[in-house]
Design a protein around this ligand. Structure first.
Ligand code: UD2
Ligand code: MN
Length: 353
């Protein structure tokens, strides 16, 4: 700032001095300029022209990575198209084994792709998502045999599935139907399953062409079993293993909750189905075959003497006795490797038998 008054002083004093000073200024200015040049790259070191090109390159690399992953996903999607209508993995009839020394660890290691009771085919999109519901109390060995056979069976059918075991807590009379209602309501909290299979713990399918899938009508999967000479027990028989879509089951208001003890609840479900103008379909007798693991009547599951009386009321009772009135308390949900174990307190009969 004070440079110009000083300069005029020097001009006045002598040209030489002025020139000298001017030279000094020029030298200083040049020095400043060259200094700026050296400083500049250091100050903007993070963003010099050459860095810009690196950034551009990284951007390109990122874009190509993104393209690649989109392509991969498209490819995956193309590869993961719907599973074929008929699974190429099916084997038909096979020999069942019931080895008394079988352990859960062996079943787990043979089904490494099952995670917390659930399986999804890796190479195609399953045609249906199916929840298998097994009512249970004190039948551990039967459950083990069933898991051993059912997991590979369902995997060969290329289904997305989960196995739910609904365990009745306490010593009240057993109630198969209510447990199945609980299983339906609880399983829907996990996933919007297309199809539900209501499955006795002691029935093992003998032929994997017996598809655990739902159709446009409720399906009964046990035409015959070893203990009945593989013959249908009676015309309207709907017990053992049956399959209904989420909507079909919802439409009939599920199973009745009021059947305590053995018998009648499967006939009640059949009546509900016919009241809704649906009909029961069955696979062919060669395919719909089961082995029932031998057992005696369980204690706590005595014959339900009221069943005939209850069945006479079904045409009215179905509206109020079912999914819409199923009260229970979940005591625990344990996600074991091969099944989801739901323990429920479902109460006890309102009146003693
Ligand atoms: C028939 C039916 C069954 C059901 C029952 C009458 C067949 C093949 N099955 O079976 O679907 O209609 O009659 O209620 O016709 N359970 C236990 N612990 C018990 C009692 C029962 O886990 O203490 C479960 C288990 O899943 C069993 C099912 O309930 O498979 C049916 O009971 P069952 O096997 O004693 O009756 P069963 O063979 O006469
Ligand atoms: Mn049985």
């Amino acid at each position: 700032m004070g440079l110009f008054p000083a300069m005029s002083k020097f001009i006045r004093k002598g040209k030489c001095l002025f020139l000298l000073l001017l030279c000094l200024c020029v030298v200083a200015w040049i020095a400043t300029l060259s200094n700026d040049d050296t400083v500049e790259p250091v100050q903007e070191g993070s963003n010099p022209p050459e860095d810009k090109s690196v950034e551009g390159f990284a951007k390109l690399e990122l874009e190509s990575e993104m393209m690649q992953s989109i392509e991969e996903r498209v490819e995956e999607q193309a590869a993961k198209e719907s599973c074929p209508e008929r699974s190429p993995l099916l084997r038909g009839a096979f020999k069942l084994s019931f080895d008394p020394s079988l352990k859960i660890g062996q079943v787990e290691s043979e089904n490494g792709e099952v995670v917390e009771g659930q399986y999804n085919p890796s190479d195609c999109t399953a045609r249906q998502s199916v929840a298998i519901l097994i009512p249970h109390r004190n039948r551990e060995k039967h459950l083990l045999y069933l898991l051993y056979h059912l997991h590979p069976f369902l995997q060969r059918q290329q289904l997305h599935y989960a196995i739910y075991v609904i365990h009745q807590a306490g010593d009240a009379t057993f109630n198969r139907a209510k447990l199945l209602n609980v299983g339906y309501l609880e399983a829907l909290k996990d996933h919007s399953w297309d199809c539900f299979i209501f499955h006795d713990v002691d029935l093992v399918p003998e032929n994997d062409h017996n598809l655990y899938m739902c159709e446009d009508q409720p399906k009964h999967l046990v035409v015959g079993r070893n203990s009945t000479g593989y013959k249908l027990r009676y015309k309207g028989y709907f017990g053992g293993v049956s399959a209904m879509t989420k909507d079909q089951f919802h439409k009939v208001n599920g199973f009745p909750n009021s059947y305590w003890g053995w018998g009648g609840e499967d006939d009640d479900l059949r009546i509900r189905v016919t009241l809704q103008k649906m009909s029961i379909i069955r696979p062919s007798p060669e395919v719909a075959r089961y082995t029932m693991v031998f057992h005696k009547r369980d204690s706590g599951n005595q014959i339900n003497k009221d069943r005939m009386q209850l069945l006479r009321r079904t045409h009215q009772a179905w509206k109020t006795d079912g999914l819409n009135s199923c009260s229970y308390k979940i005591l625990s949900v344990h996600r074991a490797p091969l099944f989801i174990n739901i323990t429920a307190d479902i109460g006890r009969p309102e009146h003693a038998h």
